[in-house]
Design a protein around this ligand. Structure first.
Ligand code: NI
Length: 195
C-alpha cells in the first residue's frame, strides 16, 4: 500500500516541474513548419505598437528568435543578417528583419531597441507576454528553454535558425545560424527572383 502511494508521489513531481518550465516543441513535431504554411503571430514592437503577421504582408521577413543577453549565437546571427541586408542593396526595402525575444523579462523595449540598433537600424524587435511569445515560437517550431546559472542569472537554450517568410506570410525556408551573410542574401535573392 505504502509502496503504491510512493510511486504516485514520484510521478507527480516531474509533472509539476514540467508545468513550471517554458513550453517546449514536442519531440514529434517536425523541425520546421511546412513549406508554404502561414506563420501566425501577435506580438508588440519596441515602439509599443501591436503587430501581427499581417502587419508585414508584402515584405519578405527574416525572422530570428533569441535574447539580448545571449553570449554568442544571437549577436553572430544578427551580424550575419545585417550583412545580408547590406548585400541586398535596394532590394532590402522588400525585406524586414524581425528579432523576437524569448526573454521579455530582461529584454525591455529600450534594451531590445538599443541592442538591435547596434547591428542595423532596420531591425524591428518584437516582444510580448510569455504566452504570446510561446505561441509565436510554436508557429515557427522554435524551441527555447530557460536555464538558471550558478550566479543567480539565467541563459536560454534556443533554436538558432533564420526563418525566411514570403510576402504572403508563408514559410519559405530556414537557414542554419552558422550560415554566412552570403548564404542568407543568396537565399533571399533566389526567392525574390522566383516570385
Ligand atoms: Ni542566442
Amino acid at each position: 500500500m505504502s509502496k503504491i502511494r510512493f510511486a504516485v508521489a514520484k510521478q507527480d513531481a516531474p509533472a509539476a516541474l514540467a508545468l513550471a518550465s517554458p513550453p517546449k516543441v514536442p519531440l514529434a513535431q517536425p523541425l520546421f513548419p511546412a513549406e508554404g504554411s502561414k506563420l501566425i503571430f501577435a506580438l508588440t514592437a519596441t515602439d509599443g505598437t501591436a503587430v501581427a503577421d499581417q502587419t508585414y504582408r508584402g515584405k519578405w521577413l527574416i525572422v530570428y528568435f533569441g535574447y539580448t543577453y545571449c553570449p554568442d549565437v544571437c549577436p553572430t546571427t544578427l551580424m550575419e543578417i545585417a550583412g545580408a541586408l547590406n548585400a541586398l542593396g535596394p532590394r532590402a526595402d522588400m525585406a524586414q528583419g524581425l528579432f523576437i525575444t524569448v526573454d521579455p523579462q530582461r529584454d525591455t523595449a529600450v534594451v531590445l531597441n538599443d541592442y538591435l540598433k547596434s547591428f542595423d537600424p532596420r531591425f524591428v524587435g518584437l516582444t510580448g507576454t510569455h504566452a504570446e511569445i510561446a505561441a509565436a515560437a510554436r508557429a515557427f517550431h522554435v524551441f527555447y528553454e530557460r536555464n538558471d546559472t550558478n550566479d543567480g542569472s539565467y541563459l536560454f537554450d534556443h533554436s538558432a535558425y533564420i526563418y525566411l517568410v514570403d510576402p504572403d506570410g508563408r514559410f519559405a525556408t530556414a537557414i542554419g545560424s552558422q550560415g554566412s551573410s552570403r548564404v542568407i542574401s543568396d537565399a533571399l535573392s533566389a526567392l525574390m527572383a522566383a516570385r
